[in-house]
Design a protein around this ligand. Sequence first.
Ligand SMILES: Cc1cc2nc3c(=O)[nH]c(=O)nc-3n(C[C@H](O)[C@H](O)[C@H](O)COP(=O)(O)OP(=O)(O)OC[C@H]3O[C@@H](n4cnc5c(N)ncnc54)[C@H](O)[C@@H]3O)c2cc1C
Length: 933
Amino acid sequence: MRKENKLNSLETLLRKGQVFTDAATLITYELDAGLDRGAPEGLVFPQSAADVEQIVRWAAQQHIPLVARGAGTGLSGGAVAERGGIVIEFSRMNAVLDLDESGRSAILEPGVVNLAFDERVRAQDLYFPPDPASQRASTIGGNVAENSGGPHCFKYGVTSNYVTGLDVVLASGRSMRIGGRALDYPAYDLCGLLTGSEGTLAIITAVSVRLVRNPPAVKTMMAAFDSLEQAGAAVSAIIAAGLVPATMEMMDRNILRIVEAYVHAGLPVDAGAVLIIDVDGYPASLGPQIDEVIHHLQAHGGHDLRIAANAEERDKIWYARKSAAGALSRLAPSYYLVDITVPRSLLAETLAGVNSICDRYGLRAGHVFHAGDGNLHPLILIMDPSDRQLVEKVHHAGREMVELCIRKDGSISGEHGIGIEKRQYMSLMFSDDELAAMWDVKQVFDPGGLLNPGKIFPSSVDRVSTRGEPVGPDLSRPPPIYRPQEAYHIPAAVFTPSTASEAAQGLSALAAIRRPVRISGSIEASPLEGQPGENNDVLLCTGELKGIKVFSPADLYVTVGSGTSLTELQSFLASERVQVPLAAPWPSASIGGLVAANVNAPLRMRYGSLRDLVLCATVVLGDGRVIRAGRPVIKNVAGYDLVKVFVSSHGTLGLITDVTLKLTPLPRARRTLLAPLDDLEQGLVLAEQARTTALVASAILLCKDCDISALHAPAGNSFPVGARAPVAASVPVGARVVKSGGEGLYGRPLSVPVGEVLYGHPPGSYVLAYTAEGLPEDVQAELDQVRQVLRTAAVPAPMEVDQVSGTDIWARLLGNSPGRALQVRVGVPARDLASYIHAQSAALNDTAFIADIGSGLVYAVSEHREPTAAQHWLESLRRPALALGGYAVAIDMPGTWQDTIDRWGYQPAALDLMRGLKARWDPGDILNPGVFF
Ligand SMILES: Cc1cc2nc3c(=O)[nH]c(=O)nc-3n(C[C@H](O)[C@H](O)[C@H](O)COP(=O)(O)OP(=O)(O)OC[C@H]3O[C@@H](n4cnc5c(N)ncnc54)[C@H](O)[C@@H]3O)c2cc1C
């Protein structure tokens, strides 16, 4: 059938005015904001997810490629129909489907424009931080597909940190929801994998996002420096002091002059560089933050300091920063905007390298970059785009810049994606095995190559037959040395590799004979994973994959062997005044185990989830391939974000041998309010009210029958924020009891043994624990608000302590009885948490539990001593959670209960995709058998 006839059949499936095939309309869709071109054969405007499903089914039958498109502001050719086919344009799917103010989440269609959404949520005192400079035009669908970042990424992270769920249409035309509004679904994090996949794995029809509170106050300042090096040193000093400004943007002299001539913002055009810094928080903290930042700026040669006195002046400064691209367009008909990332401390030397490349090629360039996160954007002017020699020179220079950043262990793209522009550079950054692992993902989602074909992969991987069909990677090269070797010794019942290559040799030998392997951080396997030698299994212990490999405080990352315990890591980091904002209930828990099991403590509400903190990991796949996923930089959108699937994979896809984690400064203050409450209903209402104030909260917990004493916090979880005496305590909280007696919470007498606890917590009653951490002024301002909430409700005055945090209380509940009782984690959408707990109060009545109000999670410990009764109890919590789009999973239990307790009780919609991935990365099906499947 001819193409036009085929397209006619598409028109019959949709309404009039949704399909266009005329040349005049199509020509405007031949490019995005980058330099690549490609003519589509048709254009379609879906109005609903059902329309998208129809379109994809139709295209799959006709073998016509599909290219999703948001606003077309992409800079790497992602939305360009290079191999023809149909462009699906999402501007008519632009509704905010749901905005949950109190639960701080929203569901939006992909065509919603970023800035419009942010303005809408700000009106509700909420904030959606990902803010690409293109946010006036770019869409949420495009932002998710590119995993966009913006100036606020240093403090707030990138798009994937905010996406909790995606509604997608797969290449087969099947619709499915991946993730959702609850957190930590017991499944591979396919939502994280799809974010940044550039429309090559699925078409997004709705996005669930989490939101944060809009900072009540913000201040913008600008400082001039004589050189880029000085400005860079000032940024380093600010980071080293433990400050976390909301933005740190830099412009060099070339760009300053070009922009000033355009916007007339009074920029210091003779300066070598300018830094634009925003600080935010409660009004009380802005003065001290600014004073401290100014101190560091001046100490490193900063001058001509300008502090915006009002919103108008602030907008003027930012308008100048965001006008760089527009200003350049006046000078040259075209420009090439490079996008590379290096570890932040290498910025100055990388810039020098980039400048010398431009000089060598005789190119005129300027720099705009995100100084806080190491993301550089050299802008190279193209005075005559028809001058092929010049364009070629620009491309050669661009390639050299990419090579430079790879030598510095950076990424070939921090924000703009790979698309067409950088696909040939992928094999510079990734090994054959790494590219093949990404190609495996593509094959699982889109084996027919229907979705955005040709993007991301170099032609050596994405090979096309002469008839235009995908034929896959060229595997004719000899296999790497760690592939199964006949002579290789098959590991014994307990296998303790000390390097990734030793693990690779062992795993490939075990895969060859299909011997099951259980991975554990210690030689005593967890009750959930079975015992060593059981069923002929090999126990792979990560105990020898230990130690801190790289510690880079200037770049705020640490790389550790996966067998290192969190306790050991935290105590090392604390001596350096930084932390990995993670906690574990079990002092010996290994980093690899925590990552694989996706263990998130309540403090995630302040610092982000574990998936947001893992920058990079070395993994030995089940077939022995060793891959390095990610890079030690916070902005990296080169290829698929494989790191995400290993977090929460429970060791079923590969053995994690080392992990690079994002660091944050130790908080200068951390304080907890403990409010005793006799009534569950009241507790839920107050906790929800308190949640609306949360800006620097690191836990909002409603605890029942939990140990809230301050003296037993496991070392790995207590952050040394100073040992000040607590205020407002009617008993000496935090001090060892030297004389028994006195008054505790609830005004009841204290009778605790000498040398023990500080106050009691009567069984059956509740405590609202609210921890805030960060700058002292922010912490105080926030706790004052919470106190006001409590005062209005006329409940007894809370105690304020600094020795115990919400995370400590959580760790104690779960760490108390390892392997002795059934422990459960329930996840529901945050807005449904109160009604869920209310409805399940009978099941929760006899148990100790913690409701993590900030994250929509409940942790409960069963009192049942017999597995069948415990399973019934679990089911009674599970059914209503599933009905709300959540889940309930067992997180610990006695080893002998495994056959009775249904650990997962959750069937992800994407189970077949999970199986597909497992089959490709662990073809012998040897890793952690029985988990998930
Ligand atoms: C002046 C300027 C400044 C920029 N600044 C930044 C910046 O600061 N940070 C940054 O990260 N980027 C920046 N960009 C790049 C670009 O704006 C972002 O990548 C943006 O997210 C693209 O959004 P879009 O809606 O325009 O998507 P498009 O360009 O239309 O598409 C981008 C990709 O998303 C895919 N896609 C779109 N919608 C869907 C969908 N519904 N389902 C599946 N896939 C889909 C497309 O196939 C394509 O691969 C800038 C661009 C310009 C022109």
